[in-house]
Unconditional design. Structure first.
Length: 340
């Protein structure tokens, strides 16, 4: 049993997870959780024992000086709580942020520890963020896929039901563990252009946050992220323009993407984008929501989703039968990031 002293009772908590490494192309997913922690001033309340899960020859500890005293920071996974303060319209929910490095060993025990925290805190939904390399141009909106192993959840929240088969990372394993434990779980995946995969990628981070905002129905303060995303795209534009072969390749990706996206230019898709635009124009950001900068039009693609929960017991933990592994979709992936 995990004892959590000093952590107040949370309001409709959602657990948001991201892990550096295999499932974090361009550091987009881990940067998204770091952004939430920074904007809402998260308070760390727990950390997993590094000795249990990490190979220190793979993820080495770092030494640093604190007032002349040498200290060691060990690679680990930390948990923090953020009180969002609601959106100014009566809706309010808190977040449990899980941010760390993909473990080197004992993945089942690792997932069980995280689920133990989720149970003790009354978490109602687990959202795991990931990013992968894909054949997508940097000049177009970042594709973000929402995936779940639960067919009921897929129908309720307008998500894709996972059909992936193949090698997996901690994102897929954690989603499967949630499914077996009866905890509703969703994975959000952003596709990062494989020809510009080095971190950071603020455009992909912004896309994940916008998709998360739609999913959990909570307005997320974006700070300077939209401006960083625009600057990133302009920088890549300049680099591509200096190489004719790269420019031609990007153009071919644009043509393929535009052709594939033609069926998506529906009234429903346009309505979703317009709703987000209106929401961002709201001059009253609400308590705990400083800034409220407008997201750049066309940078993201998101879907509205609502989470239906049984409030009779005060927390939602429906029993689910085990489904297939929660994973990223097979399309638009290559290399080691081709899983979910």
């Amino acid at each position: 049993m995990i004892e959590l002293e000093g952590v107040p009772e949370l309001i409709d908590p959602v657990m948001i997870c991201a892990f550096e490494g295999w499932n974090d192309a361009g550091d987009a997913a881990s940067s998204a959780v770091a952004h939430l922690d920074r904007e809402w001033k998260g308070e760390v309340f727990g950390a997993l024992d590094a000795e249990d899960y990490y190979d220190f020859q793979v993820n080495r500890p770092t030494v640093w000086l604190d007032g002349g005293v040498r200290k060691v920071t060990w690679p680990t996974t930390r948990l923090s709580v953020v009180r969002t303060g609601g959106d100014g319209k009566g809706a309010s929910r808190d977040l449990v942020l899980v941010r760390g490095i993909e473990p080197s060993m004992r993945w089942r025990s690792f997932c069980n520890e995280i689920l133990g925290f989720a149970h003790e805190l009354g978490v109602e939904l687990v959202v795991v963020l990931g990013s992968l390399l894909g054949d997508t141009p940097h000049t177009r909106p970042v594709p973000v896929s929402g995936v779940t192993s639960d067919p009921d959840l897929a129908r309720t929240m307008d998500l894709e039901e996972s059909r992936y088969e193949g090698p997996t990372g901690i994102v897929g394993i954690l989603q499967e563990a949630c499914t077996h434990a009866g905890v509703p779980a969703v994975s959000l995946w952003a596709a990062v252009p494989h020809y510009v995969s080095q971190p950071p990628n603020p455009k992909a981070t912004l896309a994940l946050l916008n998709r998360l905002e739609d999913l959990i129905d909570l307005r997320i303060p974006l700070g300077e992220l939209p401006e960083d995303a625009r600057a990133w795209q302009l920088g890549v534009d300049q680099l591509a323009a200096e190489d004719s072969e790269v420019a031609e390749y990007v153009q071919s990706l644009e043509e393929a993407r535009d052709t594939a996206d033609l069926p998506e230019a529906s009234g429903e898709a346009i309505a979703r984008e317009f709703e987000r635009y209106l929401r961002r124009r709201d001059p009253q950001p609400g308590p705990g929501q400083p800034g409220g900068h407008a997201a750049e039009p066309g940078l993201t693609d998101g879907r509205d989703g609502s989470y239906l929960r049984d409030t009779a017991s005060g927390r939602t933990r429906p029993q689910r039968s085990p489904k297939e592994e929660g994973a990223a979709p097979e399309e638009e992936t290559e290399g080691p990031e081709d899983e979910g």
